[in-house]
Design a protein around this ligand. Structure first.
Ligand code: ADP
Length: 269
């Protein structure tokens, strides 16, 4: 089984990280590395701590113990604005105020880059236009968020985080509630952000096979601990799937992408 690695050039690292809600510790002594310029997927059963870790990495949840380093610097030392210039976050099921348009939402992504009372600049406009273009939302820019489909809404929120122009994007279950075509669109978009813009993207994903298909790096979590980390070809094995999900499976090459494809075996065929 691969061990959680401590790589020196990772964009985000945690060491001995402990995160608790009240007195309940849900992340224990966690060491993980998110490599820069790659798509990393967090995978694991419900309640394994994926969202909690993502929120801690984003600086939205203060750890009880341990350190989180962003490019070698403790995130404790970064102001809220400095964090927002480096890390964009898409939480689960975000809700926009009633009546807000797509463009209004996307413009909010520029706040970390704008000093107090400063004027809106051409650079801000260009960043919003670019974000709308990358997410295929240009034609819908004037549409109210509450009048969009689930897939369009998700793209609008991603456009907002792209307008933020951060090198790191953390996406919490970005494909949940989307139909298959929109799930594929979204994963392609995430992969393109890595390939074309060299972003570091972390996505919490439910679907192991989708993660294996799109991620460069996977981190398998259980009970707030890393069970395995590495490229999908190395860590999507029947042993690791059993250890993480308590499911017997066959792993075969995906006939389209050659990435590992997990076929669960029912307990009583
Ligand atoms: P995952 O994303 O893997 O489903 P979570 O990080 O959401 O897991 O949850 C990890 C554990 O923390 C679960 O036991 C969950 O019940 C608990 N938890 C999550 N959010 C809260 C919260 N706001 N308050 C208390 N416990 C929470």
């Amino acid at each position: 089984m691969s061990q959680p690695e401590r790589s020196g050039n990772a964009c985000l690292n945690t060491t001995d990280l402990v995160v608790a809600y009240g007195t309940t510790r849900v992340v224990e002594q966690l060491d993980l590395s998110v490599p820069s310029g790659k798509l990393t997927a967090f995978v694991g059963p419900n309640g394994s701590g994926k969202s909690t870790i993502l929120r801690a990495l984003a600086g939205l949840l203060a750890p009880t113990d341990g350190t989180i380093l962003l490019d070698g610097r403790s995130i404790d030392q970064l102001s809220t604005r400095a964090m927002a210039q480096r890390i964009g976050v898409l939480s689960q099921g975000p809700v926009a105020p009633q009546g807000l348009s797509v463009l209004d939402l996307v413009r909010q992504g520029r706040y970390p880059h704008r000093p107090l009372f400063s004027r809106w600049t051409e650079k801000d406009t260009a960043a919003c236009d670019e974000a709308l273009e990358q997410t295929g939302m240009t034609a819908l820019r004037e549409r109210r968020i509450d009048h969009l489909s689930g897939g369009q809404k998700q793209r609008a929120w991603i456009a907002m985080t792209l307008a933020q122009e951060t090198p790191v994007l953390l996406l919490d279950e970005p494909t949940t509630f989307l139909d298959l075509a929109h799930q594929i669109d979204l994963m392609e978009l995430a992969a393109n952000l890595v390939r074309n813009l060299n972003k570091t993207v972390v996505a919490v994903l439910h679907d192991l096979n989708q993660a294996a298909r799109y991620a460069d790096h996977m981190i398998m979590l259980k009970d707030g601990r890393v069970i395995a980390a590495g490229p999908p070809e190395e860590i999507v094995t029947a042993d690791i799937v059993r250890a993480v999900f308590q499911v017997d499976s066959m792993i075969i090459p995906d006939p389209v992408t050659q990435t590992p494809l997990c076929i669960p075996i029912p307990k009583r065929p």
